[in-house]
Design a protein around this ligand. Structure first.
Ligand code: NAD
Length: 352
C-alpha cells in the first residue's frame, strides 16, 4: 500500500480519534473512527464489508462517523458520531472470531464508543459482540429491531413535508413511491397504506415484492429503473445511497423526497439541484434517525422506555418543520440548513 496521511484524506474533518485494530491470530483488520464527542460518547454501528483496501475501509469509517455526529445533534441525543468497519475477508471468512477480537478492541476505548448493527451484521452477530463487550447496543432483549422506528421517523418527516407543500398532512389519496421494500421500506409502506396512501414500489428482490403484494394488494409495482420517475407526491428512497445526482434529479416527477436510505445525495451540490428543481428534500439523516434514537435509549440511566423513544421519534416532525421553515426563509437548500443547524448544536456545546 502506498503511504498516505490520514489527516489529508478529504473525509478526515478533524476526527477526534482514528483507531486501527489488527489481530494477527484471526486476521481481523478494522477501523474505529470517532468524529466528535462534544455532546457525549460516540455512537454508530459497525459495518462488515468486503473493502478492497485499508484506505477504502478507513474512508468509509470517517465518512459514516461524521454523518453520525450530525444525526445525533439533530435528533437531540447526547451522543457523538462514531463508526466501526471490519474488513471482511472472503478467502478467510472468520466472522465470529473476527467479531470476538473486535469486541475486545472496542473495550479498549472504555465507553467512548458504543456500537452495534450495521450493513453486514445481523442481530445474531450483535449478540456475539455483546457477549464480549458491554459497549454494544441494539441487543435483541432490549431495544431490538431499529427498522420500525426508522420508518416511523420517516413517516413523521413526510407529514411535515406534506403540510409544507400542500397545506395539509392528510395522506389519504396522496401518492407515494418507495424504492426498496426491505426492513425500513416495507414498514413505511405499511404506515402509508394504513393512512390511505396510493403506493408504488420497486425492489430488485422479487421475494420482497411478493411479500409486499401479499400484505398490501393495492400497491402497484414497477421496475427498479423506473421508480424514481414516477409522478407522485412523495418519493421515498429506502434502498442504498447515492440516489440523487445531475443525471437522476432532472428525471424526478415528485414534489417531496423523503426516505430512509442513508447518504442519498451524491454530492452537496445535489441538495442545491433538488431545490432548483422545486423539490422539497427532507435530509436523510434527519428523517431516518428513529432507529438510532431507539438503540441509544438502551443507555438511558432511567432504563429503556418505549414512551420516551416514541416521543423523540415524533420530534423528527418538529425538526423537519424547522428545517423547511429556515430553508424557505433563507432561500437555502434544506440539506445545508440541516448541516448548519446540526453544527450549531454540536459545536456550541464544546464552548460551554
Ligand atoms: P434492507 O436491506 O432490509 O432493505 C433494502 C432493500 O432495498 C432490499 O429489499 C433490497 O433488495 C432493495 N434494493 C437494493 N438496491 C435496490 C435498487 N437498486 N432498486 C430497488 N431496490 C433495491 O435495508 P434496510 O435496513 O431497510 O435499510 C434501507 C436503507 O435505510 C439503507 O440505506 C440503510 O442504511 C438505511 N437505514 C436503515 C435503518 C434501519 O434501522 N434498518 C436506519 C437508518 C437508515
Amino acid at each position: 500500500m502506498r503511504e498516505f496521511s490520514v489527516s489529508s484524506l478529504p473525509e478526515f474533518d478533524n476526527h477526534e480519534l482514528v483507531a486501527f485494530f489488527e489481530d494477527k491470530k484471526t486476521g481481523l483488520k478494522s477501523f474505529v473512527a470517532v468524529h466528535n464527542t462534544n455532546l457525549g460518547p460516540a455512537t454508530g454501528g459497525t459495518r462488515y464489508w468486503n473493502y478492497r483496501s485499508e484506505r477504502e475501509a478507513l474512508r468509509d469509517a470517517l465518512r459514516l462517523s461524521q454523518a453520525m455526529t450530525y444525526k445525533c445533534a439533530l435528533a437531540g441525543l447526547s451522543y457523538g458520531g462514531g463508526k466501526g468497519v471490519i474488513m471482511a475477508n472472503s478467502h478467510n471468512p472468520k466472522k465470529r472470531k473476527f467479531l470476538i477480537a473486535y469486541a475486545k478492541r472496542v473495550n479498549l476505548l472504555r465507553g467512548n464508543f458504543y456500537t452495534g448493527e450495521d450493513v453486514g451484521l445481523t442481530t445474531e452477530y450483535v449478540n456475539t459482540l455483546a457477549r464480549h463487550s458491554k459497549f454494544i447496543i441494539g441487543r435483541e432483549s432490549l431495544a431490538g429491531n431499529p427498522s420500525p422506528w426508522a420508518a416511523l421517523g420517516v413517516f413523521y418527516a413526510i407529514s411535515a413535508g406534506l403540510k409544507a407543500v400542500f397545506g395539509t398532512d392528510e395522506m389519504s389519496g396522496r401518492t407515494f413511491s418507495i424504492k426498496g421494500v426491505g426492513k425500513v421500506g416495507s414498514e413505511l409502506c405499511r404506515l402509508l397504506y394504513g393512512r390511505g396512501g396510493r403506493i408504488v414500489v420497486a425492489d430488485i428482490n422479487q421475494k420482497r415484492i411478493k411479500q409486499i403484494k401479499k400484505r398490501f394488494p393495492k400497491v402497484r409495482v414497477v421496475k427498479p429503473g423506473e421508480i424514481h420517475e414516477q409522478r407522485v407526491d412523495v418519493y421515498a428512497p429506502c434502498a442504498l445511497g447515492d440516489e440523487f445526482n445531475a443525471k437522476t434529479i432532472p428525471r424526478l416527477q415528485c414534489h417531496i423526497v423523503c426516505g430512509g436510505a442513508n447518504n442519498q445525495l451524491s454530492t452537496s451540490e445535489d441538495g442545491r439541484r433538488l431545490q432548483r428543481a422545486g423539490i422539497l428534500y427532507i435530509p436523510d439523516y434527519l428523517a431516518n434517525a428513529g432507529g438510532l434514537i431507539n438503540v441509544v435509549a438502551e443507555l438511558d440511566r432511567r432504563g429503556y422506555s418505549w414512551k420516551r423513544v416514541r416521543k423523540r421519534v415524533q420530534n423528527i416532525q418538529k425538526m423537519a418543520r424547522k428545517v423547511i421553515e429556515f430553508s424557505r426563509r433563507q432561500d437555502t437548500p434544506t440539506s445545508e440548513v440541516a448541516d448548519r443547524l446540526a453544527e450549531s448544536i454540536f459545536r456550541k456545546k464544546s464552548k460551554g
